[in-house]
Design a binder for this molecule. Structure first.
Ligand code: 13P
Ligand code: ZN
Length: 278
């Protein structure tokens, strides 16, 4: 069934676990990610990112997400990830995504607040929850342009926008860490943010961050962890692993590998502490 994120993230915050956010980019990936959640009987966040529009546009992604989300035996939050175009984010909130992220984290504080506020107003009228980002989780492909989240700025941002959850930057970045292996995360900053803010915190750039690191962020109060690159890479590797007899055999192997990795991350994030009915 499709659900909104609020109660799930609140329970995660109270019980000390995180919900996995898995990006999907085609029907094979969404099927595999959902299969992991259904096998473990746990809720999951399935996400389409605006930056993946070339692989799958918002209409196709929404149709897939609604179809698989509605018939799922577990709660599915259908999330619009890294929406940088406010009109697109509003369209998504009005047309079936149950959760949206407005990402104006590369803009000034004032512009980030104003843009986020307008999305919060619009989405809340439609029962959709909003995630925003303060500080900036960058990409590792060239030089990392991340900016750690400041506690005072995050507190002011929460108060001014009334946003439902907040992506914070504490040392992860998007993609694999080409230059320096497993990242060193700023757990002190995370702890300070957790104490200062009373909304769920989100960790972006989860791939290749080290399982122990990720579990520790969850123990310190992160309630949603975003994973994309590791899933895409394992799918690619699976396709290259052996000379398959035919395409369906290859696609099945890709789904198996994506599912196994997704199941692994449910463990890393301690999602099995989730209790239905709470
Ligand atoms: P990774 O690709 O590093 O896992 O980051 C995923 C993400 O943050 C999606 O929003
Ligand atoms: Zn991200």
């Amino acid at each position: 069934m499709l659900v909104t994120s609020k109660l799930y993230l609140e329970q995660a915050r109270n019980k000390g676990f995180a919900l996995p956010h898995f990006n999907y980019w085609d029907s094979n990936s969404i099927r595999a990610e959902l299969a992991a959640a259904e096998k473990l009987n746990l809720p999951v966040i399935l996400a389409w990112a605006q930056k993946h529009s070339a692989e799958i546009n918002i209409y196709d992604a929404l149709a897939l997400g609604k179809y698989y989300g509605e018939k799922a035996s577990v709660p599915v939050i259908l999330h619009l990830d890294h929406g940088t175009d406010p009109d697109l984010v509003k369209w998504g909130a009005a047309n079936g995504f149950t959760s949206v992220m407005i990402d104006a984290s590369d803009k000034s504080f004032e512009e980030n607040v104003a843009t986020t506020k307008s999305i919060v107003e619009y989405a809340h009228q439609r029962g959709v929850n909003v995630e925003a980002e303060i500080g900036h989780v960058g990409t590792n492909s060239t030089e990392d342009n991340s900016n750690y989240t400041e506690v005072d700025a995050a507190t002011a941002f929460q108060n001014e926008t009334q946003v439902d959850s907040l992506a914070v930057s504490i040392g992860t970045s998007h993609g694999v860490y080409k230059h320096h292996g497993i990242p060193k995360l700023n757990f002190e900053r995370l702890q300070a943010l957790r104490e200062a803010l009373n909304i769920p915190l989100v960790l972006h750039g989860g791939s290749s961050s080290g399982d122990e690191n990720l579990t520790k962020t969850v123990e310190l109060g992160v309630t949603k962890v975003n994973i994309y690159t590791d899933l895409a890479n394992i799918s690619l590797k699976a396709a290259q692993e052996k000379p398959f007899e035919n395409e369906p055999e290859m696609a099945e192997h890709q789904r198996d590998e994506i599912q196994n990795l997704a199941e692994h991350y449910f463990g890393v994030f301690k999602t099995n502490k989730y209790q239905y009915g709470d």
